[in-house]
Ligand binder design. Structure first.
Ligand SMILES: Cc1ncc(COP(=O)(O)O)c(C=O)c1O
Length: 368
C-alpha cells in the first residue's frame, strides 16, 4: 500500500520536538494568542520575505479576512482561476464580492494571464492568483496587469509555502499573501490553521483586530470582527515544522524529478514541466492522461492512492452555479477535470515506492 498522503512518517521524525513544544504551551496555559503564536508569526513573516504575519484559524479565513481588509464587498468583483480549491472562491464570495473566473494555462496549471485581462471590468477591485500545486504564478506578468488596471493582488499561497519566484517567496508579491496550514499542506499543522503575510503595517494592524473580534484591546471593539485566531498549540507545532520546510520541499522536488524521469514517454502521459528555478514546491504531483479514470482505478486496485485536483470545476459546483457560467468558456479547465491525476507526493516518499508506481503505470499502458 502506498498512501496518497503520509503524515505519520514525518511525525515520527519530529515527535520529541513536537511533544516539547506542545508541552510548553500546556505548562504556560496561555492557550489563546500565546507566545508560540507571536514567535511563529515573526519567523513565518521573515521566511516569506514579508514584514508581518497574522495567524488565523484556517486558509479559508485568511482569504476571507484579506478580501475584507481591503473593504471589498457587494458590487465588487475579484478575479481568480477556474481550477482551484473551492476555498479560494469562498474567500471572495463571503465578503459579498462576485468571483470572476478565468480559465487556466495548460503549461503552468495556473490562471491564464492572457485571458485574465479580458475579465477585468470597472467593478474589478482585485485579482487572486493561486499558486496551484505549489507552482508560482508568473508574477511579473500578473503585477504588470494589476498595475495597468490599478488592481490589488491577494495571493492564495495555500499550496505554496516556500515556493520561490525570481528569488522571492510566493505570498510576498501581493498586498497580502494567504496560507493554509491544513495538515496535508507543505507546512501543515496538526489541525486547522492559516496565516496572512503582508508588508503593510496598516493592514497588519487591521488584520490583528479582525481576527480577534475587531478588538484593539480587551472589551473594546472598533468594528465587527471575527473569532479567527491561530490556535497556540498549532503554532507550537508549526514552530517545529517551519525549521524543516526547506528540506521537505527539496525532497518533494527531488521526487517530482524522479517521477518525470521514470514516466517520461510513457503512454499518453503529460508530465509537469520542471525547470530549475520557479518550478515550485510540488504540493502535488499532477499529470494528465485521457485514460485518467482507468489508470486511477488500476493504481487504486494495486494499492496506490491517487487524487484529482479537482474533479468538478468551480463553475459546475452546486455552490457556484449561480455565477451563471457556461463550461464551454473554460476549455482547459474542462479538459483538466477529466484528465488530471495526482500521484502520491511527500518528502518521505522513498525512491523504491516511486519506482513501484512507475512500473505499475508502465504495466497499465502495456495492457491498455
Ligand atoms: C488553493 C487553496 N486555497 C485555500 C485553501 C483553504 O485552506 P483551509 O483548508 O486551511 O481553509 C486550500 C486548502 O485547503 C487550498 O488548497
Amino acid at each position: 500500500m502506498i498512501p496518497f498522503v503520509d503524515l505519520k512518517t514525518q511525525y515520527e521524525s519530529i515527535k520529541e520536538e513536537v511533544a516539547a513544544g506542545i508541552g510548553e504551551v500546556l505548562n504556560k496555559a496561555n492557550f489563546i494568542l500565546g507566545d508560540a503564536v507571536s514567535s511563529f508569526e515573526e519567523k513565518f513573516a521573515a521566511y516569506c520575505d514579508s514584514k508581518y504575519a497574522v495567524g488565523v484559524a484556517s486558509g479559508t479565513d485568511a482569504l476571507h479576512l484579506a478580501v475584507k481588509a481591503l473593504d471589498i464587498g457587494s458590487g465588487d468583483e475579484v478575479i481568480t482561476a477556474a481550477n482551484t480549491f473551492v476555498a479560494t472562491v469562498l474567500g471572495i464570495s463571503y465578503s459579498g464580492a462576485k468571483p470572476v473566473l478565468v480559465d487556466v494555462d495548460p503549461n503552468t496549471y495556473n490562471i491564464d494571464l492572457d485571458k485574465a485581462e479580458a475579465a477585468i471590468t470597472p467593478k474589478t477591485k482585485a485579482i487572486m492568483p493561486v499558486h496551484l500545486f505549489g507552482r508560482p504564478v508568473v508574477m511579473d506578468k500578473l503585477i504588470a496587469l494589476a498595475q495597468k488596471y490599478n488592481l490589488k493582488i491577494i495571493e492564495d499561497a495555500a499550496q505554496a509555502h516556500g515556493a520561490v519566484y525570481q528569488g522571492r517567496k510566493t505570498g510576498s508579491f501581493g498586498v497580502m499573501g494567504c496560507f493554509s496550514f491544513y495538515p496535508g499542506k507543505n507546512l501543515g499543522a496538526y489541525g486547522d490553521g492559516g496565516a496572512i503575510v503582508t508588508s503593510s503595517k496598516e493592514l497588519y494592524d487591521k488584520l490583528k483586530m479582525m481576527r480577534n473580534y475587531g478588538s484593539p484591546k480587551k472589551y473594546y471593539h472598533d468594528f465587527m470582527g471575527y473569532n479567527s485566531r491561530l490556535d497556540t498549540i498549532q503554532a507550537a507545532v508549526l514552530n517545529v515544522k517551519l525549521k524543516y520546510l526547506d528540506e521537505w520541499n527539496k525532497g518533494r522536488l527531488h521526487n517530482a524529478r524522479l517521477y518525470n524521469e521514470r514516466l517520461s514517454g510513457v503512454g499518453d502521459l503529460v508530465l509537469p514541466n520542471i525547470k530549475d528555478v520557479d518550478s515550485g514546491v510540488f504540493h502535488l504531483y499532477v499529470m494528465r492522461t485521457e485514460k485518467r479514470d482507468q489508470l486511477m482505478k488500476y493504481l487504486s486496485d494495486n494499492g496506490v492512492g491517487c487524487g484529482i485536483h479537482y474533479p468538478v470545476p468551480i463553475y459546475s459546483l452546486g455552490a457556484y452555479k449561480w455565477l451563471g457560467y457556461n463550461p464551454q468558456d473554460f476549455p482547459v479547465t474542462e479538459i483538466f477535470s477529466r484528465e488530471i491525476l495526482s500521484l502520491p507526493m511527500y518528502a518521505e516518499l522513498r525512491e523504491d515506492k516511486i519506482e513501484k508506481i512507475a512500473e505499475l503505470i508502465k504495466k497499465f499502458y502495456k495492457e491498455n
